[in-house]
Design a protein around this ligand. Sequence first.
Ligand code: FE2
Length: 136
Amino acid sequence: MSTTTVKEQSKTLASDAMKVSHLLGEIFSFNSSLKLIHWSVTGKGSYSAHIALDQAIGTLLDVTDRLVETSFAYLGDLNITIPETHKPADFVAHIEEFYHTMERRRELFTETFSQSIVDDYQEGIKQLLFRLKRLE
Ligand SMILES: [Fe+2]
């Protein structure tokens, strides 16, 4: 028998909603950082990086939209703030770091359908890293 009260359950849900809102803002900011890189990338291999970044942005924006909308459906209205976005100095390290952020935080999404959307997001990042690191 569970001893969790309805009040405690709604408190947990509100705290989950805050954490999910925060992460969704960070995801949107990361997506935008890829556009900043897309516009400014230069040098050897930069054309393929430019194209790979735009492909990834298309995928990741679609997946982000699914994740935000299903989170609204599951948790109710979310108060999402998008943090200020800067162009990173080392963009491959920045992308790898965000992959690990998603890996650490994916447990915030408890339902299997959300986990599946997070899988698609992480796959999009891995595909981008494959193109950036292996293809010039
Ligand atoms: Fe473009």
